[in-house]
Design a protein around this ligand. Sequence first.
Ligand code: FRU
Length: 618
Amino acid sequence: MENIIDIKNGFKVMMASAAFALCPLFSLAENGVEINHLGVSNTLVRVTGDGDYLILPVQEANDDARINVLVDGKIAETIYVRLAKSKTDYTVPFDLSPYKGKNVILDIVTPQGRSSVREAKEDVCWKGISVSDSFDNSDKETKYRPAYHHTPLYGWMNDPNGMFYKDGKWHLYYQYNPYGSKWQNMTWGHSVSSDLVNWEHMPLAIKPNGLGSVFSGSCVVDREGSAGFGKDAIIALYTSAGTSQMQSLASSRDNGTTFDILHSNPVLTLESEARDPNMFWNEKTGEWNLVLAHALDHEMLFFTSPDLKKWTLQSGFGKGEGCQDGVWECPDLFELPVAGSNDKKWVLICNINPGGPFGGSAIQYFVGDWDGKTFTADTDASGKIPTKWLDYGKDNYALVSWSDAPEGRRTAIGWMSNWQYAAEVPTMQYRSANTLPREIGLFRGPDGEIYASSVPSPELLELRGKLACNSGKTGINKKGKTFQLPAANNGICEILVDFESQKASAVTLTLANKQGDKVTMTYNPADRTMAFDRRESGQVDFSEGFPAVTVSPTFENDGKISLRIYVDRSSIELFGNDGKFVMTNLVFPNEPYTTLTVSSTGSNAKLDSLKVYSLNAN
Ligand code: FRU
């Protein structure tokens, strides 16, 4: 992580001066602000100094202050910030550059709880608010910030949004709070990559406006300019979340860096809560298709459009089907070939929260057919529509795919967390990473059913560094064989393990460190499952929902297991048998895991191969 980043341009710049950071005394003039307290809970902060950022001190335990940013007397933005009362946990920058040369006043309403103006004046935030030319983004989370997963530089992130591929670049937007590391101020953050591993941070793409904050949605490349913004315009459709939820359109003529919000928004309204529009061009019917989550009704709604603006409701799917717990959110719909056959099938992704198999958030999906208007789900041998899960860990949610990915790829990414504890995880400068990008496929399981697979995107192979460990074929027993993991780089590595196990011999892989933290991954041939146990993985008690054992079917019937495991400081992603089963789980070890032990409860198991690669990432 680079030290000082000009967050507006995404360029690395040298810090102009450390004076602001080091200055021990704060006076109104030095800080570039004039502060007038108007009462117990109302304060005006007038920007008097020159600089690109207004630095705001945050204390996470506080409630949000509502800040109306008045520019020449008009409300330009409203943001919510947990302004520091007794101590500053971290600071966040408010971008002043669009308002250069204008009168900027922050009209701040702090949460109640002070008994007098004198007490309100004691809040530490007033001394800390300051104008500055730079904002220090240097990484303060070296222990847990992933080395090769996408994270925001600072602030809260949830769902990936609006991903599209164009001209060799993978665009990734995300639900972002630029003013704190808890959910609030939903804005589309933006990052771009040419290899799905290294991400450049871009300016905020879509900010809250009069219709509300900017919830999840999708983007398409409008090749023919059907929406009226020219050929190859990028069109975003997202949920405006104000008093109610409605769908809004924004267009970009600079490949997704800046968006113009349609003045006549919203383009689609319903009489009940619906969100997270996901649209795509349907080659066969020559129309735009859209899936919208009818959240509380536990169904997905389908619309068609000639121009991305006028949407006609065609049908719904899901009432009474699959897992009906929680809310249905973040849909996706795409067609894929079924491995080993000439068949093609459609996959309807339906993220649900709560109601996942291990508590909280999870990705449910349905396999079936789509004719451009109606989705018909496949039934199983008993005539029922089966409930299927894309990931058998606790930390893959809101997964959606890139539109226009090259070579027919269906590349997808999820938010690597869970609403049960996302706001509690032990990081502060930033909260949440995205999963590794994955290629989604379809295969026929031993029961004849069609299932979705996920394998790490091929670009990840570029990360492989030294082969740190390479075992030949060997038997394994109760005591197990222990291998050293690469020490460099906080133990980040890729582990490839092939083993065979018959009836009575469960096989366990244990990642451990000297502090006694451990994660076990156990294959049980009796019921053909893999269990991932993180109950003693390190810091686990920040939330009741965190310590857990997650269990996945292995979709095989021969006891042959091949695992590809990615370890990245605070996450473990296990891809089994070419992605037929996947488990994405967060871990917060007190120090990096240093050893991997492979053991078996019986004598009928053997290790065919074990390779550990260190990874070239930092
Ligand atoms: C899913 C979700 C979406 C919504 C977004 C708001 O995690 O609840 O349905 O658009 O988060 O941030």
